[in-house]
Design a protein around this ligand. Structure first.
Ligand SMILES: CC(C)(COP(=O)(O)OP(=O)(O)OC[C@H]1O[C@@H](n2cnc3c(N)ncnc32)[C@H](O)[C@@H]1OP(=O)(O)O)[C@@H](O)C(=O)NCCC(=O)NCCS
Length: 252
């Protein structure tokens, strides 16, 4: 018995493989059988959790973690044709097999992952349509003045949040430091990144498309580019944001 994976709703960059799974199906598998009878993929996922960080993925988090690892394994299998164990580094980032980079996200009962041949870093994030206190907190803490000046809709704030977390995951290993929410400004049209015109129409819940992040000086220097482009899609009130960074140029 293994969970059924589905394709990601968001358009993946060239060369990327990805999948998603309903965490409930993984939770049902966990509940249905003793750990000793788990399929190999689930044993591997649980083993990688135990070996790399005995304390972290327990309780409710366990099904999310296992679902993320199983989906990551599926993305790597689709890319390389081989099964792989995806471990966990001290900073919480996944450890991918040699020559592969990838990213994992889980939210709202869904886990997803992407993988590609190692290049410049890749990130994926799922976020809900933000509302109420959480929306206000994200607006206060995670948006830059230029993003605020664009008077983003609730959906646009949610997308900007997901896009920034995907960008963090994609860039963290490369810049080797915490990247703050004030280090990138997200919009869905490169020209709007420079403007202060209201863009309330972008990123409605039914939309899918591309986004651009204009990078602050420090992040731009770290990645060797002034802006980066990603894709997004809304599905079942969740927004998926994905980004594949260009490989560093020789000498940088
Ligand atoms: C690390 C962070 C991005 C995780 O995102 P999240 O929305 O909270 O949770 P998600 O489910 O989407 O992602 C969790 C997964 O991220 C991955 N992850 C954690 N730390 C990571 C890192 N340093 N680098 C890459 N991936 C990482 C892990 O795979 C984790 O899942 P796992 O523990 O099951 O393996 C987020 O908690 C965070 O710290 N954000 C602040 C920094 C930021 O986003 N800055 C914006 C820069 S523009």
């Amino acid at each position: 018995m293994t969970p059924t994976f589905a394709p990601l709703p968001v358009a993946l960059p060239l060369g990327c493989h990805g999948a998603r799974v309903d965490v409930a199906t993984v939770a049902a598998l966990i509940a249905a059988m003793p750990a000793g009878e788990w399929p190999e993929a689930m044993r591997d996922a649980a083993d990688s959790a135990r070996r790399d960080d005995a304390a972290a993925p327990v309780g409710l988090r366990r099904a999310d973690f296992l679902a993320g690892r199983l989906t990551a394994r599926e993305a790597v299998r689709s890319l390389t044709g081989a099964d792989a164990q995806i471990g966990r580094a001290d900073d919480g980032s996944p450890r991918w097999p040699e020559g592969v980079e990838g990213s994992i996200s889980h939210y709202g009962g869904v886990a997803c992952a992407v993988a590609r041949e190692s290049a410049g870093g890749i990130g994926i994030d799922i976020a809900p349509l933000l509302e109420g206190d959480r929306l206000r907190a994200v607006v206060r803490r995670c948006l830059t003045p230029s993003e605020l000046a664009a008077q983003p809709s609730d959906a646009a704030v949610s997308l900007a949040f997901a896009a920034k977390e995907a960008l963090f995951k994609a860039s963290h290993a490369r810049v080797q430091r915490f990247v703050g929410f004030d280090e990138a400004s997200v919009c869905t049209d490169a020209s709007e990144c420079q403007s202060v015109q209201p863009v309330t129409s972008w990123a409605r819940r039914t939309d899918s498309g591309t986004w651009t992040a204009a990078l602050g000086e420090r992040l731009a220097a770290g990645l060797g580019v002034a802006s980066v482009n990603g894709a997004y899609a809304w599905d079942r009130a969740l927004v998926y944001a994905v980004i594949a960074l260009p490989a560093p140029s020789i000498g940088s």
